[in-house]
Write a protein that binds this ligand. Structure first.
Ligand code: 13P
Length: 341
């Protein structure tokens, strides 16, 4: 049992005041992000953008790990250092997204199942050799009329179990990500119900498939009102409902819960995490593994221009610092303005 190393890495990823940068956008997703700032997506622009993030001085104070993508884990910084080594030198743990995306689920209109299990054992061994110490797999659950079905929840939970145990076998900490989407006009109660059912199914599968809970992290959505709901739950309610839901479903043996931002504004994602940590002690560390909520400001500041790199890095560092503060409930809205460019 390699539980000790797995536990140590899982704990390092949720170390005090720190969280994870999700920079594992697939080629299609990063193309959309770059297009939003009028930058053409090429291997070189994708590399340059990731280099900007990974060479930000001081980020290691707030960032414990970075999730890379298959292309990115093989790329190097301008000086020739491979990205995993560049991160490790700063004390940042490199990780890798290993799923192959959510694909339409047979006979289940509007629902998906995440693929990528075939050949996964071999890919995991290669990623470990390339420097990865943890992995991520994202399952997607949609709320809608009659959705999600128990069928979709079951197959996604089962795949998460298959992935997680293979990952631990390869001595890589799995980050198990069942994302209940915030799309829709449903009330927060509906998000609570679906998230609770989903997490229940996921932990059932993790147990059946012999996943060691102290050597993994959970990456869930927060319990929120649907994006288009007229009435939006406030920050305190989101914090309370999310904690209530997690307490009902996540065993205390899990070292940490690292939320995804899922399309929330960067400020709200920080405020929600802060409110949860301000409530007090929990059985697990409550942290972040944000993609958009950490990258929106640097992406906007960069605009694909070399002369904007330091402003973009300052914007990223600022966001990382605020989320670092949210880890202990010490973030406040007044801190938003204080970006040191
Ligand atoms: P967001 O924070 O943008 O949701 O991204 C996190 C992630 O890794 C989704 O898989």
């Amino acid at each position: 049992m390699a539980a000790t190393e797995l536990t140590e890495i899982a704990q390092a990823l949720v170390a005090e005041g720190k969280g994870i940068l999700a920079a594992d956008e697939s080629t299609g997703t990063i193309e959309k992000r770059l297009k939003s700032i009028d930058v053409e997506s090429t291997e070189e622009t994708r590399r340059a953008y990731r280099e900007l993030l990974f060479t930000t001085e001081g980020a290691a104070e707030y960032i414990s790990g970075v999730i890379l993508y298959d292309e990115t884990i093989r790329q190097t910084a301008s000086g020739g250092t491979p990205f995993p080594g560049l991160l490790e030198r700063q004390g940042i743990v490199p990780g890798i997204k290993v799923d192959k995306g959510a694909k339409p689920l047979a006979k289940a209109a509007g629902e998906t199942v995440t693929e990528g299990l075939d050949g996964l054992r071999e890919r995991l061994n290669e990623y470990r050799e390339l420097g990865a110490r943890f992995t991520k797999w994202r399952a997607v659950i949609d709320i809608g009329d009659g959705l999600p079905t128990p069928y979709a929840i079951h197959v996604n939970a089962h795949a998460l179990g298959r992935y997680a145990v293979l990952s631990q076998e390869a001595n890589l900490v799995p980050i198990v990500e069942p994302e209940v989407l915030m799309d829709g006009d449903h009330a927060i109660e509906r998000c609570y119900e679906v998230t609770e059912t989903t997490l229940h199914a996921v932990f059932h599968e993790l147990h059946l498939q012999r996943v060691e809970l102290d050597g993994m992290l959970l990456k869930p959505n927060m319990v929120l009102s649907g994006k288009d709901a007229l009435e939006q739950a406030g920050v305190q309610e989101v914090a309370e409902q999310t904690i209530r839901c997690l307490k009902a479903t996540v065993p205390p043996a899990v070292p940490g819960i690292v939320f995804l931002s899922g399309g929330q504004s960067d400020e709200l994602a920080t405020a929600h995490l802060n409110a949860m940590n301000a409530i007090g002690e929990h059985p697990w560390e409550l942290s972040f593994s944000y993609g958009r909520a950490l990258q929106a400001p640097p992406l906007k500041a960069w605009q694909g221009k070399e002369e904007n790199v330091s402003a973009a890095q300052a914007a990223y560092l600022h966001r990382a610092r605020l989320n670092g503060a949210a880890r202990s409930g010490s973030y406040s809205e007044e801190m938003e303005g204080a970006v040191a460019a």
